[in-house]
Design a protein around this ligand. Sequence first.
Ligand code: RIB
Ligand code: CA
Length: 314
Amino acid sequence: MEKRNVLIDCDPGVDDVMALLLALANQDKLNILGVTTVSGNQTLAKVTKNIRKLWTFLGVEIPTACGASRPIIKEPLHGGEIHGESGMDGWDFPEPVFQLESDNGIVFLKDKIMESKGKVTLVPTGPLTNIGLLFSVFPETKEKIELISLMGGSIFSGNRTPFAEFNIYSDPEAAKIVFDSGIPIVMSGLEVTNQASIDDKEIEDLLTSEGMVSKMSGSLLNSYTNFHRSKGLDNYPLHDVVSVMYLIRPEIFKGRDYRIEIDTSKGVYRGRTAADTGELMKHNPSNTFVLMDTDREEFMKTFFHALKELDKLV
Ligand code: RIB
Ligand code: CA
């Protein structure tokens, strides 16, 4: 089967790292054309240093560029309390020697898309600033994009406000450009990502693993889950991993079509992914396939297998 060309746009971020690891372990299915970073979980400088540290630790050469340092309109919002001061707390990575291919992530994305022989799938796992800017500055790229598999949004309740999820809330204007683009979207929102969660025993197993990638992952996740524990939560969602897992194992998910409109008002619903269920009457054609359920056992089995595959690398 032909590999799927993918570009991953991320704000590492611990769960972003787990998503990148899953993608790296599945290059028999995914042709990773490149990775871009965006301000989100931490500042652009920090998330970009994090990706360079990760590539250095793994010894891999993935074309990488840094993108937007702030949302299109909103002031930057960071998630340091969850991902730590560095944005990737929990493991003592080597100083980065990996070099970026470009410091202009929007032009980098445009070039990778237009140079690609086949169509491309975008996999955003952070705020949608880079993708919104890409479509605004280089609208010709849209016809070469077959799918956007993104982590963001929610149908019922948010995690940054009662109504908005962090990635969308961080840059609602960019999200509106993306959801209004006409490109097919698979949305991994909080309904499904909260099911794709790791538990304390599984983290402990990673921490005591012989493999360095498994051990590193357990250590990052242990740090990441400290925030959740401090909030009395015992559910540690691997949010971003879902947007990659869907491309590898779509059969373990269930979802439904919705029309998603992004609320860019300044009111309480700002950043909400408002879903037109069309139950009473169809107002608008759907633009998004929203994942609602996953087989957690199969999900985690595939995730842990990926880490074991990468253990052979380091
Ligand atoms: O709401 C979860 C999202 O916000 C994830 O992408 C996580 O990395 C943070 O960016
Ligand atoms: Ca993220």
